[in-house]
Design a protein around this ligand. Structure first.
Ligand SMILES: [Fe+2]
Length: 437
């Protein structure tokens, strides 16, 4: 193949272009490596070197050799009993350790260094006149980085110290990189969780907007659920998961016709049956987001499967279970499945208490809010029939915080006094259960 003199024509050839790219990459990598080596050399010269030898003259000799090659920072001791204290306070980049010292041997010091997490990664070069192979083997087992035989050969000393420092510098770089990476992952995870929380709240509010007058109902229910979970000694991660998952408890109301959902008066039996379908709708809406049209979950609590360290991943199944079971009653008189007692998943039992309390204590189109004491009295009436007694007790032990949540998240009327309100009647307590769809 021939090329004309126009360089553009040559560069158009894909083979030439590819080879040029490879060559450029190799040159660039070589330059980067040289730069890194130079940086490492400079960096290692700033390293703090610790020398321990019971003979002060030996320390001076070693220090002199290293100073001649540009090393500037030293800490030294001939008192082996001070060695560990000096290690912990000075945190040297490398240690040159004599193995045969009175009072405390170099082997013992090495053992203590490797056992202390704060200093265990410091390279330790053993200085010894002893030719005993068993001592060397013991030192290697304990994590000695290298050996130098006395009398120390200056060029060997400098090379071994330099190599150990370069390795440490790479290790430090990796360790720092790993810390930075971990920080980035944590930050990204927090962003992802915040974004997910925003989406969950948006979806929950979309459903709530059609039904309730107060904008903060779902947030308050979530907080009450979190409080109960804490009071039941659940791990913090599980309590946070429940708080978030419970926001979606009524998302299925999106599927209920306005004529029924917004009806101000009492629902007929047929209408009530349709209203009850919001549990199944909610479960399907949530479940579909990850599993398509699979058969519904059983009635096993999803919390039994959650690993606290990975609770983040369990939002959807737990939320689906809450949507399905938050209207079940402890005595079996609830809906949609008529579960009884501990057949009802704990997440559903907790949300039932939180949801009913907030409905009682909030203004609705068909009623004014009940006073706090009245709400508690009405919850107590549901003990053992509507509510799990233990869950109710947990809720009642947190009344101070409940009142605070009511203050912090007092509802703001979105639509003011609506036509629905004008037509609404004040419900007597016995009619509240029917009104709490
Ligand atoms: Fe509901």
């Amino acid at each position: 193949m021939t090329y004309d003199s126009d360089s553009a024509t040559v560069l158009d050839d894909p083979i030439i272009t590819e080879r040029l790219e490879v060559a450029l990459r190799l040159v660039s990598e070589a330059v980067a490596e040289d730069t890194e080596r130079a940086v490492n050399r400079d960096t290692t010269k700033c390293a703090k070197i610790m020398i321990m030898d019971d003979e002060p003259l030996n320390i001076k000799i070693v220090q002199k050799y290293l100073q001649r090659h540009g090393y500037m920072r030293f800490v030294t001791t001939s008192d082996a009993t001070q060695a560990m204290e000096m290690f912990r306070t000075e945190r040297p980049d490398i240690a040159l350790l004599d193995i045969m010292m009175p009072e405390v041997s170099g082997i013992e010091i090495l053992q203590q260094i490797r056992a202390d997490r704060q200093i265990s990664r410091i390279p330790v070069v053993i200085l010894t006149a002893v030719g005993d192979a068993s001592i060397k083997q013991k030192a290697l087992e304990l994590g000695a980085t290298d050996f130098l035989t006395k009398p120390v050969d200056p060029s060997e000393l400098v090379l071994r110290v330099g190599n150990a420092l370069v390795v440490k510098s790479h290790y430090d770089h990796l360790a720092n990189y790993s810390v930075r990476l971990e920080r980035q992952v944590r930050a990204r995870t927090a962003e992802l969780m915040a974004s997910r929380r925003g989406l969950v709240q948006a979806l929950a509010r979309a459903a709530e907007y059609r039904d309730n007058e107060t904008a903060n109902h779902i947030v308050r229910v979530g907080r009450y659920v979190g409080l109960i979970a804490h009071e039941l000694q659940m791990p913090r991660e599980i309590a946070e998961l429940l708080e978030e998952a419970s926001l979606l408890h009524d998302v299925g109301k999106i599927g209920i016709a306005d004529a029924i959902l917004l009806k101000p008066g009492r629902l007929t039996k047929d209408e009530h049956e349709i209203m009850q379908q919001h549990c199944a709708f909610g479960r399907r809406i949530i479940q579909h987001s990850i599993e398509g049209n699979r058969e519904p979950y059983g009635t096993r609590s999803q919390l039994e499967l959650v690993e606290p360290s990975n609770a983040f991943a369990w939002l959807t199944p737990v939320a689906a279970m809450i949507a399905q079971t938050h209207h079940e009653h402890w005595d079996g008189g609830g809906y949609p499945l008529g579960l009884r007692g501990e057949q009802i998943p704990i997440e559903g039992r907790i949300t039932a208490v939180a949801d009913v309390f907030d409905a009682l204590s909030s203004k609705r189109p068909y009623k004014e809010p009940y006073a706090f004491d009245q709400c508690i009295e009405m919850l107590e009436r549901g003990r053992g029939t509507h509510f799990d007694p233990q869950v109710l007790d947990a809720f009642l032990r947190r009344t101070d915080q409940i009142m605070q949540i009511q203050i912090d998240l007092a509802g703001v009327d979105r639509r003011g006094v609506s036509d629905r309100c004008a037509a609404a009647e004040r419900l007597e307590p016995q009619r509240v259960a029917q009104a709490l769809h």
